[in-house]
Design a protein around this ligand. Structure first.
Ligand code: IPE
Ligand code: IPE
Ligand code: MG
Length: 279
């Protein structure tokens, strides 16, 4: 079963109250949004429920956010489903999360296929359950022809692990004579990441009230705009995604550059690129 690449997809289901995305100039919609889907366990525990119930409810939030991303015109969405650090959790929770991820992929791939979403696994193989890997590979195969949105399922993913894995592969290629050490630059490192075609993250959202990135897409989000929501992931939805995108649209992304609002003829407003002045 392989996807047709017709570019004509089923419309995503509407928001439950029929709300529609904000109209934004195409240039102000982030191409790549990354979500740290956090706060499931605390949300459940605060209701007297086991942590696993928070993960279950989080599945519908994820599908709603994917639908909202398609509606607003985001091209790539990365979701942090399981980090290389999450192996530190209790064996019961790890077991639940592995089995549950497999179930979610099995249950949702048909909808993702219909909506034009292409699933892309991002992470490392060691320790990841083979059945989970097989399931995510199956979703990738089924949705391979889709072009509306790339959904990066970050599963057994860690930013430092990704950079270390890239460094090891680069070192091996240098050792084997396939690469010159003096030629290694930022583009080389990009080519050795788990998903070399991934674009830089424009907007990173974290729910659940914590203000940290927890090792998510370290290389790719070097210049991402950060947005923190106090809502736990089970209470987040596509309208919150749109709110984050509206905030993003008002950010001034300078990438290290600067514009002098009061330029003088010889000052930073002049066109030539200066070297170090002679002393
Ligand atoms: C995020 O929610 C989901 C995963 C890490 C898989 P948590 O499980 O971290 O929930 P909190 O942060 O403990 O509430
Ligand atoms: C980040 O959340 C990982 C995922 C959402 C999968 P955590 O809950 O694991 O992060 P910390 O432990 O609060 O930093
Ligand atoms: Mg957490």
């Amino acid at each position: 079963m392989a996807a047709k690449s017709t570019g004509v997809y089923e419309a995503v289901p509407l928001h439950r109250e029929g709300l529609t995305p904000p109209s934004l100039a195409p240039g102000s919609v982030p191409g790549h949004v990354a979500c740290v889907m956090d706060g499931n366990g605390r949300w459940a525990n605060s209701r007297g429920l086991p942590r696993t119930e928070g993960h279950r409810v989080g599945e519908s939030t994820m599908m709603d956010v994917i639908a909202g991303a398609v509606e607003v015109g985001v091209r790539e969405l990365s979701v942090y489903a399981f980090s290389t650090e999450n192996w530190r959790r209790s064996p019961a929770e790890v077991r639940f999360l592995m089995g549950f991820t497999r179930e979610v992929l099995r249950a949702q791939t048909d909808d993702l296929l219909a909506w034009g979403v292409r699933v892309n696994w991002v992470g490392r193989e060691p320790r990841l359950w083979r059945s989970v890997l097989a399931e995510v590979r199956r979703s990738e195969r089924i949705t391979a022809g889709n072009e509306a949105l790339v959904l990066n399922m970050c599963l057994n993913y860690g930013g430092r692990a990704e950079i270390a894995d890239a460094a090891r592969a680069i070192a091996a290629d240098v050792e084997a004579g396939r690469l010159k050490a003096s030629g290694v630059n930022e583009r080389t490192i990009q080519r050795y990441l788990y998903s070399p075609s991934m674009r830089d993250v424009d907007l990173m959202i974290r729910t659940g009230g914590e203000q940290r990135t927890s090792n998510f897409l370290m290389w790719e989000s070097a210049y991402a705009e950060l947005y923190f929501s106090d809502l736990p992931w089970p209470e987040f939805d596509r309208t919150q995604l749109w709110r984050a995108i509206e905030a993003y649209a008002h950010r001034d992304r300078r990438f290290g550059g600067a514009v002098d609002a009061v330029a003088t003829p010889s000052g930073p407003g002049s066109a030539s690129v200066p070297g170090e002045p002679a002393r």
